[in-house]
Write a protein that binds this ligand. Structure first.
Ligand code: NAD
Length: 544
């Protein structure tokens, strides 16, 4: 009897496979793959069916040839860990293992699994031997050992390195391996390459492995699928053959007619492109942090300033950072670059100034939002430790349910440290794993950097806004979800039942709303919104 279970987010329990299940599983998949091959289909194994792999697998499985017939049979390979095994039976039922706001995701997966039968998930590594193409979508995390000091962190390469070994042990020598994982620059040639060569050599294979790198720019959200299929790609290969093969494959599965490929000379250039792309974004966001503080202290509304500047086309991508920069990529990718420079590429000096500062600034911006809550309550003569704070928005950006590294987490942890009781509302998030699992995976949790966090493991995300508002002392607008943009101050204060402290972290409130909250007896503060004092003086003048 196997007593280990993997539990899906909906609470379904799936027993992990036993030793004897493996042979049967492989036989079953082999039959399907043989049939597909006889029909002229290429066999593609996607390793890791997480946020990226699950949807990428479905996009590949939906590919058709020039006659409109399916041209790929895809096996989504996922290791049967307690944490992730449930993704396999879920996919095989035709259901998406990732929560997606894009209405196309669920029908795409259902169509490929149940109707076209071009997608199947499996736990057996042996299926790798059936592949013409392997796509690597396993994670490569960057573990931070302090809040706001990316330098002290390190890359967690073990899952990825293990994947390279497993793939090299199983694949046919001619199979193309595309690494889509965001990796420390140098990984394809200096980590994967040697592993593959050594293992190929031990298997008596003379040919060079066909390794390629092509990074994902996926944005889980309303355009989840389009952000993979209908978007520009960069790629490169370890040798000419690998390069040719990856170009051919990506041209077949992605909409490269409208979004052409960029082919770079070497994989380190493709790997570096991903890291620079995200470090650039992290830096322009972090850059606004000091100006946000400047604005707060000098009567300036940074939201209006940014709007005024953006009129100039050269500056149109300026963005206000909100209470922190989250998502899976921006907080970690620069760290992969710093780490690679030292530990893969062998340099001892420290050339990086802007990239680590940007990450550190973004990681701690939520603390500033917590200070605003404290300051607003101080102005109302209310000690923060006696209050109930309602945070509107748990996810890392507007209109999505992804909470990874969201600014709201840091804000809430700091508020809990100061003794506040916390409530959260989010229309897109059902469960907030970063809090629920803080005791299960404490080493991966930001819980380590704060005191007084015990209660937070029971934090529930509320769905009914009116109920959430009732009796709150503070309302924090933390995420720009569309549901919060048109909230009328009178309705909000009717629901709370009393004047509250209102904290705007994202430039959500226009001046009319700020004034109305002030008129209703609320204290209002906002990140980057130094002009609120002026609005307050105006109201006091009107009333005197
Ligand atoms: N999520 C995003 O928004 C996004 C965007 C662009 C790029 N990326 C990059 O894509 C990569 C994957 O990210 P993700 O969000 O899909 O991660 P994820 O954690 O959701 O998925 C990774 C999956 O790989 C599985 N896995 C780990 N080791 C395995 C093994 N040996 N065999 C089979 N499966 C294994 C894990 O169990 C998990 O299901 C990362 O490098 C990430 O930086 C992610």
């Amino acid at each position: 009897m196997n007593e280990l279970f993997s539990v899906s987010p909906e609470g379904f329990e799936y027993p992990l496979p036993n030793k004897k299940d493996y042979a049967k599983e492989y036989e079953e998949i082999k039959k399907l793959a043989d049939k597909a091959r006889n029909e002229g289909k290429e066999i593609v194994v996607v390793m890791g069916v997480g946020f990226v792999g699950a949807v990428m697998a479905a996009i590949v499985a939906d590919t058709v040839d020039e006659h409109g017939d399916p041209s790929k049979f895809v096996i989504g390979m996922q290791r049967p860990s307690v944490r992730s095994y449930w993704k396999i039976p879920t996919l095989n039922l035709g259901k998406s293992p990732v929560k997606a706001e894009d209405p196309e995701v669920a029908p795409l997966i259902r169509r490929c699994v149940l109707e076209k039968k071009t997608l199947r998930a499996s736990f057996s590594y042996d299926v790798l031997s059936l592949a013409d193409v392997v796509i690597v979508d396993v994670q490569c995390d960057y573990a931070k050992n302090a809040l706001g000091n990316v330098h002290t962190g390190e890359v967690e390469m073990s899952a990825l390195e293990e994947s390279f070994e497993i793939i090299a042990q199983h694949i046919q020598p001619e199979a193309l391996v595309i690494i889509e994982t965001t990796v420390p620059p140098g990984t394809t040639e200096q980590v994967a390459g040697p592993v593959f060569k050594k293992i190929f050599h031990s298997r008596g294979i003379q040919s060079d492995p066909l390794l390629a790198h092509s990074y994902e720019r996926v944005m889980p959200g309303r355009n989840y699928i389009a952000s993979i299929r209908d978007f520009w790609r960069v790629c490169s290969g370890i040798n000419e053959k690998a390069k040719e093969k990856v170009v051919k494959f990506l041209n077949e599965v992605l909409n490269t007619d409208e979004y052409p490929l960029t082919v770079l000379d070497r994989p380190i250039e493709s790997e570096t492109a991903k890291i620079v792309e995200n470090s650039y974004r992290a830096s322009i966001l972090a850059f606004m942090d000091e100006w946000s503080l400047f604005a707060e202290r000098n009567g300036v509304d940074l939201i209006k300033v940014i709007k005024a500047i953006k009129v100039r086309p050269t500056h149109s991508n300026m963005i206000f950072p909100g209470p922190g920069i989250g998502g899976y990529c921006l907080p970690k990718d620069g760290g992969l670059g710093l780490w690679a420079y030292k530990h893969i590429l062998g340099f001892n000096d420290d050339i990086f100034k802007i990239t680590p500062s940007a990450i550190d600034i973004n990681d701690t911006r939520g603390l500033r939002a917590a200070q605003l809550v404290r300051d607003a309550l101080r102005n109302m003569n209310i000690p923060i430790a006696t209050t109930e704070v309602l945070v509107l928005g748990a996810s890392y950006r507007q209109d999505v349910g992804d909470t990874r590294y969201s600014g709201s987490e840091v804000l809430i942890r700091r508020l809990a440290e100061m003794g506040a009781e916390i409530r959260v509302h989010d229309p897109y998030v059902d469960r907030w794993w970063e809090f629920e699992n803080q005791d299960v995976y404490p080493k991966n949790s930001k819980v380590r950097f704060f005191r007084n966090q015990n209660k937070l493991s029971r934090l529930k995300v509320l769905k009914e806004l009116e109920k959430a508002l009732f009796g709150a002392d503070v309302v924090v607008f933390a995420v720009k979800h569309k549901e919060y943009l048109d909230l009328e101050p009178d309705k909000v204060i009717q629901a709370t039942g009393k004047p509250v402290a209102v904290i705007d972290c994202f430039g959500i409130l226009d001046d009319e709303k700020i004034k109305r909250y002030l008129e209703l007896g609320c204290e209002v503060k906002g990140l980057g919104r130094g002009h609120i004092r002026r609005l307050k003086d105006l109201i006091n003048l009107d009333h005197s």
